[in-house]
Design a protein around this ligand. Structure first.
Ligand code: TNX
Length: 504
């Protein structure tokens, strides 16, 4: 078995060549012209650490070099790349930075696993001669981190981005608010007709967290992001081809807002903060003008700091919101969201309202028919997060020390998250924006616990989202997962060593 057989996610086309292999020599260089500087730097720092070679970045080329080039790659969309390895050198070609970034992740996996070590080792840095042409099946390949139930610092979020990006996952959805907390700073606006105390959202709501007796520690972590923190995460993510999608969840999951802003309550009295993991017990009020004033202010500030095209406005589990009130509010919220110039995303319950053109529905649970209808009638795009195939917060086995187990069909391992096709229930690929695995954090308290629930299941999702059905195969994936173990271990990722995988 050579390293071209272990690539994850599996590329569209891999053609091994019957010619001599490439050997990275201590004198090798990385050739990149200016626009390729960033992926070239990223490749260089990875290879320098693992090999101890100098690997200067240069503009000319000679035999033995790795060359990053901008050009029309084959016609596979903006994230496509080609990688050609011969005895004389490595050539990576793409027409965007994203394409080059993706190609760098593939090239990284073509080197022996010890390339991932933080210190130089003296392996043979040999890659078989091969031609790879690759492009993603879906444009959106995401993870969701629930920073509301338990907080993750900016540095922790960046560390998660580092791990996910190597699998060509390119979207990070941050669930920023919930019943227990409010994690994003909202400035006091100049126009504040009802005098809403926005600073309280984080002053009070930032100190909230969930409390679950089975978790260690029982209480979640507190904290919040300033708008500058959010921009910092977003800018870092962009260097790794990851788009950040912020979510403010309403009209349910809003207790922290009701606790911070008395005017959002019909009786004008602030609610007490809450630590319960229960869901579906709080709601905004459809007939309070303050509700819409608040949503408009929050979404416009959020839109102003968000680089990407998407704003996620929640909409899930509004169990104590009357149906008419739900429709009345969410109908307004999607309009307000669209007026910011962003594309609104919502959990599939929000498919009950009339959606603006191009809205995105994130399917997680329940009736699929309204999702398909919206896709057909309003051209909505769908992010597929069916709980039984993507919920990364679920236990691996009934004795897992952390994780939840409410999703039917569980517990779930890498294979349930591998053996499914996002194109289902009548949805076609062109109606599917992509795939996302949510990590709810009722039982998660730090990055190590998060990684243990994420990996290897997030790797399954990465391949489901990237690789076409025709190149996917569970047995083959299991073998490649085994070979990935050593790489994850070198990176210090605390993954679940699934018992049915032969880990390297
Ligand atoms: C349901 S999934 C929720 C979350 C919980 C999760 C626990 C969804 C859209 N809402 O509020 O954290 O279950 O698995």
């Amino acid at each position: 078995m050579n390293t071209t057989d272990t690539l994850i996610p599996r590329p569209s086309h891999v053609a091994l060549q019957d010619s001599p292999a490439f050997r990275l020599a201590p004198t090798a260089r990385i050739r990149a012209t200016a626009p390729a500087a960033q992926p070239a730097e990223q490749l260089a720092s990875l290879l320098r650490a693992g090999t101890g070679f100098e690997l200067p970045i240069v503009e000319d080329t000679r035999p033995g070099d790795i060359s990053l080039e901008f050009a029309e790659a084959f016609d596979g969309g903006p994230e496509a790349y080609t990688l050609n390895v011969t005895e004389d050198g490595v050539r990576l070609t793409a027409r965007t930075q994203a394409g080059l970034f993706n190609g760098v992740q593939t090239l990284r996996q073509l080197f022996p696993a010890s390339i991932e070590k933080a210190d130089a080792s003296s392996a043979e840095w040999v890659i078989p001669a091969v031609d790879i042409a690759d492009a993603p099946r879906f444009a959106y390949r995401g993870l969701m981190l629930d920073v509301a139930r338990s907080f993750f610092t900016v540095e922790e979020v960046k560390a998660q981005i580092d791990v996910m990006a190597q699998f060509k996952l390119n979207a990070l959805h941050l669930h920023l608010t919930d019943d227990q907390s409010w994690r994003i700073e909202i400035h006091e606006p100049e126009q504040n007709p009802s005098g809403l105390p926005y600073a309280q959202l984080t002053a009070l709501g930032g100190q909230g967290a969930v409390e679950v007796p089975a978790a260690v520690p029982a209480r979640g972590r507190e904290g919040f992001y300033t708008q500058q923190d959010f921009k910092d995460i977003q800018a870092y993510a962009a260097t790794k081809n990851v788009l950040v999608i912020p979510e403010i969840d309403f009209p349910g999951h809003v207790n922290a807002a009701l606790a911070a802003i008395p005017q959002l309550n019909p009786d004008g009295q602030a609610k007490p903060m809450s630590t319960t993991p229960d869901v579906g017990w709080s709601t905004f009020s459809a007939d309070l003008p303050a509700t819409y004033e608040f949503v408009r202010e929050v979404l416009s500030q959020l839109a102003a700091i968000t680089d990407g095209p998407y704003l996620h406005i929640g909409g899930d589990e509004a169990h104590v919101t009357g149906h008419d009130d739900y429709v009345a509010m969410v109908q307004q919220f999607v309009r307000i969201g669209a007026e910011t110039g962003k594309t609104v995303v919502g959990w599939n319950e929000f498919a009950a309202v009339e959606l603006p053109e191009g809205a995105v529905i994130q399917y997680w649970h329940g009736d699929f028919a309204p999702v398909v209808r919206q896709a057909e009638e309003s051209g909505a795009k769908v992010i597929m997060s069916p709980a039984a195939n993507t919920y990364l917060d679920q236990k691996y086995a009934s004795d897992s020390p952390i994780g939840l187990e409410w999703v039917e069909g569980g517990p779930f391992t890498w294979s349930e998250y591998y053996n499914w096709d996002p194109a289902q229930g009548g949805l076609k690929d062109h109606q599917i924006l992509g795939v996302e695995g949510p990590l709810w954090t009722e039982t998660v308290r730090n990055n190590e616990q998060a990684q243990w629930l994420l990996y290897p299941r997030a790797v399954s999702l990465a391949e489901v989202a990237w690789s076409g059905q025709e190149v996917r195969n569970a047995g083959d994936f299991r073998r490649r997962l085994g070979a990935l173990g050593e790489r994850l271990a070198q990176q210090g990722v605390a993954f679940q060593a699934a018992p049915d995988v032969e880990w390297s």
